[in-house]
Design a protein around this ligand. Structure first.
Ligand code: CIZ
Length: 325
């Protein structure tokens, strides 16, 4: 293929490669639209982790960031998992290295605190391996309610998500001081300006947003919950959206009757995750041709697998109705 191959040509190459190497493409909602369009499955971390366990193909090409591809590998050790750019990281995962978390847990134990560690999926496998539970924005409330009441909760690494979960579940939490570089920078002044310009618009915000954005929102939820929420509006409606800007593509494609307006950041109006942006069509094609970068099994994956399986794949059974009901 020549250096001047268009995106259309590369997309065609990728479609051919999927058959040739027996691969499926999983893409997060924060990927560029052209990548989501090519994917066999799109979703948030929870949906993608669950769907990865149902994949029949021998190779998963994961278009997302490192911790997501790592999760797919951990839950499917027998599959080959390719990540187009190994450097696609996460500011939240970086904020909570396993050694630092381990030292903090040790300090709490020495001080006689009885706690369980609940960790956001945006974390490394080594950090997950030190945790009792893993949550995503899609199942966090449900998992928090599974933590026995006699334990305090150490919530890592997202301070804002932890604060939000503490508010909605009433559980006191010891909060790690991490944040997402994208959700952290929404400008409340610009949101208020936008709300004045569009007084009938509904504001939907991700729980990774700081409290000053959440308190001006009509709905707070992860990306999957946002898709469901806007789908309940039959009439064309304006939505002000406070999450990664590529989510607009997914909302537009599922519910095109509405109008979506990204809430601007303090320094720019785009709010795109620079890590997600590392994956490009060219890199997707190249990883399928070359068979790398590949996520390979690491010693900490065994323990991370136990926690991930319990937290994401084995929700508690729905309470049975008493006999005679
Ligand atoms: O759960 C995820 O995938 C993240 C990181 C955000 C969201 O709500 O989709």
């Amino acid at each position: 293929m020549s250096a001047t191959a268009t995106h259309h040509d590369i997309a065609e190459e990728i479609r051919d490669l999927k058959k040739k190497i027996d691969a499926v493409i999983l893409a997060h909602y924060y990927q560029e639209g052209e990548i989501q369009e090519l994917a066999d499955i799109t979703g948030d971390s929870l949906k993608l982790a669950r769907e990865a366990t149902k994949v029949k193909a021998s190779t998963i090409v994961f278009c997302g960031v490192h911790f997501m591809a790592e999760t797919a590998k951990i839950l499917n050790p027998e599959k080959r998992v390719l990540l187009p750019d190994l450097e696609a990281g996460c500011s939240l995962a970086d904020s909570c290295p396993a050694d630092k978390l381990g030292r903090y847990q040790e300090m709490l134990r020495i001080n006689g605190r009885k706690f369980q560690t609940v960790t956001y999926i945006n974390s490394t496998a080594a950090t997950k391996a030190l945790s009792d539970w893993i949550v995503t924005s899609g199942n966090a409330e449900e998992v928090i309610r599974r933590v026995p009441a006699e334990f305090e909760i150490l919530f890592a690494p997202d301070y804002h998500l932890g604060q939000y979960l503490s508010e909605v579940t009433g559980r006191k939490m010891i909060l790690w001081n991490g944040s997402c570089m994208v959700h952290e920078i929404f400008s409340v002044q610009d949101l208020l300006k936008l709300k004045k310009q569009k007084p009938h618009a509904h504001t939907i915000a991700h729980p990774e947003c700081p409290a000053n954005i959440r308190e001006h929102s009509d709905f707070i939820g992860g990306t999957e919950a946002m898709v469901k929420y806007v789908g309940k509006f039959a009439e064309p409606t304006d939505f002000l959206v406070a999450t990664e800007a590529n989510m607009m593509w997914q909302l537009q494609s599922k519910h095109p009757q509405h109008r979506y307006h990204p809430v601007p950041g303090v320094t720019c109006a785009c709010n795109k995750c620079p890590h997600m942006a590392r994956n490009t069509l060219e890199k997707i094609r190249d990883c399928m041709v070359n068979g790398h970068p590949e996520i390979t099994w690491q010693p900490e994956f065994d323990r991370a697998k136990e926690v991930l399986t319990r937290s994401l794949l084995n929700p508690p059974p729905v309470a049975a109705h008493p006999a005679g009901d």
